[in-house]
Design a binder for this molecule. Structure first.
Ligand code: ZN
Length: 319
């Protein structure tokens, strides 16, 4: 799966290996974002205190939760439940919480989310908070848990079509306009990024200055149907312009499919993931993706490998 190997950025700092807690859900908050802007480099700050579950242990919890601050939670679904092992994000503001994706088949997202919400309510001496369920895009490994939320009180599950997403977030000129959604003292920017899939969005959190990038940018195979390659290029051009005017401390995607060896991925559907790449990508990866997309990339299954991701054209798709 080697293709061009261009535009390297410096090797990512290795994540400290920490013994895995068993079935740990709510963890101590890592001392994050303490790095002053001047000290930032192409290596993003290590955001997570624990090593992510990677399927290498005989037993691991079905989900692992790590917090970025008392109002921000990252959930990984175990590779043992589904090879996709997606990452989900739960973000609290004063008035609302937003869940970004509901996981792949085999996951148990609702109970985990309910537990985090309940703990958050207790910690904040509150009795309820409304929940918005949004999606990075409509593929099954990101929406399979939706059913678990449809009957949840005080919950809105956003639809899966671009018009549903644009309508909910008040985005008039999809995909050119960036939406704004206030959770209450915490503004999120919604960046439409059709290409991988027509309803793809990224979410930028103004508080932590993190960009939740779904399947459009993550340490893995960035699949783009050849008939949507021009949409993808336009999306990443807009994203690069957005990132030029908003500080991004780290890009956090929805999967990990790369090893720590530059340009080397795990095979499709291969588990476990020994020596797995970090989740965090530096903001510079946006420019690297933008530059990589200037190649024709018009032949399905002929990928372009970079150190930390692989641009992977695939056959035409309907959406
Ligand atoms: Zn996915």
């Amino acid at each position: 799966m080697k293709g061009l190997n261009t535009m390297k950025f410096p090797a990512l700092r290795t994540l400290g290996r920490v013994a895995l807690g068993h079935a740990a859900v709510l963890l101590a908050h890592a001392p994050l974002f303490a790095i002053p802007a001047s000290a930032q480099s192409a290596s993003p700050p290590a955001l997570f205190q624990e090593k992510w579950i990677d399927g290498t242990q005989a037993h691991e919890p079905q989900t692992q939760v790590q917090s970025l601050d008392p109002d921000t939670f990252v959930i990984r679904q175990s590779l043992k439940t589904n090879f996709e092992a997606p990452f989900l994000y739960l973000i609290f503001g004063r008035d609302k919480a937003l869940l970004f994706d509901t996981g792949a088949e085999g996951g148990q997202t609702r109970p985990v989310v309910d537990r985090i919400v309940q703990d958050w309510l207790v910690a904040h001496d509150r009795s309820s908070i409304s929940l918005i369920v949004a999606h990075s895009h409509s593929h099954g490994d990101h929406v399979a848990g939706d059913m678990g939320f449809r009957d949840r009180p005080n919950t809105v599950v956003i639809g899966l079509e671009p018009a549903d997403v644009a309508g909910f977030f008040g985005i008039g000129a999809w995909p050119d306009e960036v939406g704004r959604f206030d959770l209450g003292g915490r503004v999120l920017h919604i960046v439409p990024t059709p290409g991988h899939q027509s309803a793809s969005i990224m979410i930028y959190d103004t508080r932590l200055e993190i960009l939740l990038s779904g399947d459009v940018l993550y340490p893995g195979r960035l699949y783009v149907p050849v008939n949507f390659m021009s949409d993808e290029r336009a999306s990443i051009d807009r994203l690069a312009a957005f990132a030029a005017t908003h500080p991004v401390r780290a890009v956090l995607g929805a999967h990990i499919e790369m090893t720590r060896t530059a340009g080397q991925d795990y095979g499709h559907q291969v588990t476990p993931h020994p020596d797995e790449h970090r989740l965090e990508l530096p903001v510079e990866s946006i420019g690297e993706l933008q530059a990589g997309l200037k190649a024709p990339l018009d032949v399905p299954e002929r990928p372009q490998a970079h150190d930390h991701f692989i641009i992977y054209p695939v056959a035409r798709r309907a959406n």
